[in-house]
Design a binder for this molecule. Structure first.
Ligand code: GSH
Length: 219
């Protein structure tokens, strides 16, 4: 049985979406970021620092989304979603996998400070402003890359695109997207994919964001 350890609207959506692109079914084991379930010793045996995603498949358990993406694309090359060693796009493919985590770590920091800290430890407006600017810089880089292509890699859709799942949900809460025209068109193409739509149906309701946009306080 394939099991995806999952939190709705989080990085584990990347894997939920990739599984749909591959036509693979998985049982979802759901967690919450705030109820302590990620800290349970049974879960730490699966994911040592208590993070999602983790995937149980083919008799192995894997944590870290990029490692899961690599495993799935290497063991199921028939879907053509990875760019395996020897592929002309291997380097940009690996770069986008890493880029997704660079961008996600900024989002996680903004989420932590805007959503999960609160009083009595108010977040620093200086840091929040800096993080929002750093996020905008990553979106600008993506926007430039997407100027002449539909997907992150010139040859077409790949698992690198599925790594953007969580990122593209979260970024509009912190950065106005109007100036990133190519990214917005890219999001529209993503939303038109049947596998993405199936994954969204399976994902569950997000519980993090209570507002449409999070301004820098006193920014
Ligand atoms: N680099 C890891 C990051 C995983 C991660 O931080 N996931 C978040 C959800 S988006 C999480 O589980 N956070 C729980 C926590 O920080 O306690 C990956 O890509 O899988």
């Amino acid at each position: 049985m394939t099991v995806l350890h999952h939190i709705p609207f989080s990085r584990s959506f990347r894997i939920l979406w990739l599984l749909q692109e591959m036509g693979l079914e998985a049982d979802l084991r759901l967690y919450s970021i705030t109820d302590g379930s990620l800290r349970a010793s049974e879960f730490k045996a699966i994911s040592p620092v208590g993070r999602v995603p983790a995937l149980e498949i083919d008799g192995v358990t894997i944590y870290e989304s990029a490692a899961i993406v690599e495993y799935l694309t290497e063991t199921r090359p028939e879907h053509g979603l990875g760019r395996l060693p020897g592929d002309a796009e291997r380097v940009p493919y690996l770069e986008w996998l890493g880029f997704a985590e660079t961008q996600a770590s900024i989002l996680a920091s903004l989420n932590m400070q805007h959503l999960f800290m609160g009083d009595p430890t108010p977040a620093s407006p200086v840091v929040l402003k800096l993080e929002a600017a750093r996020l905008a810089a990553t979106l600008k880089a993506m926007d430039r890359a997407l100027a002449d292509r539909e997907w992150l890699l010139p040859s077409g859709f790949s698992a690198a695109d599925t790594m953007m799942g969580f990122n593209l949900f979260s970024a509009p809460y912190y950065v106005h997207m109007d100036k990133f025209e190519n990214v917005r068109a890219y999001v529209k193409r993503i939303e038109a994919r049947p596998a993405y739509q199936r994954a969204r149906e399976l994902d569950g309701r997000q519980e993090f964001y209570k507002k449409d946009f999070y301004e820098v306080p006193n920014g």
